[in-house]
Design a protein around this ligand. Structure first.
Ligand SMILES: Nc1ncnc2c1ncn2[C@@H]1O[C@H](COP(=O)(O)OP(=O)(O)OP(=O)(O)O)[C@@H](O)[C@H]1O
Length: 271
């Protein structure tokens, strides 16, 4: 793929095995990701799907270099970031943003929503016109500007997720990692958040890695899909092709697990 924002080759991640941590000394390493090769095309939402424990979150954390790979390479925007140290990563961090599953735990309870959105702006030297920038960020995600004075417990789950999106996008990053961001929400709020993310990704030209265990959500939002199982990629490609002709039995099982009306909605309507 000529125009990829991320190029990942032979990626392995090994972590101290927390299930076998001895009383004394360090835990033995366990290999979580077992040699992944893929690219994330620019200005594209790529879905990463797989059952619980397949390694999706570990992959996301390796992409944004919260974890250092044990082998292979991760190239971001033409730069090898595989083994960069934190000081070298810091200037890149504004371009590598994250939205988490549970904004309740990722939003500071003691800060106003305005202060939460302003924090990354100030950290990155964009402290001038901060009020206007916060207003713009709230406008972008469809929240009233008055929400800048509220606290997280005064917001609904969907509103909190909008704040998570506003914070991640305040610095106009190139890349956003979205890890199970609609999992805790009811179905109609899920749909609103997906519509919002789709619109913003399009308008802002974002490259998004969208992690979900739910293939119906992935189908709605993502042009490309990576299917993971046991720390390996079993299949990847354009979403349409993957649904039309899944090559791997595991992918077929994931598709079969989607409730029928979501797969065959058009057929049901036609019938
Ligand atoms: N430090 C660790 N020690 C031992 N096992 C670990 C460690 N970190 C992760 N794992 C295991 O590695 C596997 C992959 O974890 P990961 O969180 O990446 O999966 P996931 O696909 O995101 O799962 P989920 O959807 O449940 O979040 C899991 O089986 C997990 O238990």
């Amino acid at each position: 793929m000529a125009d990829a924002l991320f190029k990942v080759s032979g990626l392995k991640v090994a972590l101290p095995d927390m299930t076998r941590k001895p009383l004394v000394g360090s835990a033995p390493l366990v290999e979580i990701l077992k040699g992944l090769d893929f690219e994330l095309p620019r200005r594209t939402v790529t879905g990463i799907v797989g059952e619980s424990g397949s390694g999706k979150s570990t992959l996301g954390r390796a992409l944004v270099r919260l974890i250092e790979p044990s082998a292979g390479s991760v190239t971001f925007d033409g730069r090898d970031i595989t083994h960069l140290q934190e000081a070298e990563l810091r200037p890149l961090r504004r371009n590598l943003q994250m939205i988490f599953q549970d904004p309740m735990s990722s939003l500071n309870p003691r800060r106003t929503i305005g202060a939460i959105i302003a924090a990354p702006l100030k950290q990155n030297g964009l402290g001038d016109n901060v009020q206007r920038r916060v207003d713009d960020a709230l406008d972008r995600v469809g929240l009233p500007r008055s929400f800048a004075g509220r606290y997280r417990h005064e917001l609904s789950g969907g509103q909190r997720q909008r704040v998570g999106i506003a914070r991640a996008l305040a610095l106009s990053p190139d890349f956003v990692l979205a890890d199970e961001i609609v999992s805790g929400l009811d179905v109609s709020t899920q749909a609103q958040i997906l519509t919002l993310l789709e619109k913003l990704a399009d308008e802002m030209g974002l490259t998004v890695a969208f992690i979900s265990h739910d293939l119906s959500v992935i189908r709605r939002l993502c042009r490309q899909v990576i299917v993971m199982r046991n720390g390996e990629i079993v299949e990847q490609g354009p979403t349409d092709a993957l649904f039309a002709d899944p090559k791997h039995a595991y992918t077929r099982d994931l598709i079969a697990a989607i409730p029928l009306p979501e797969i065959d909605g058009d057929w049901l309507k036609a019938g």
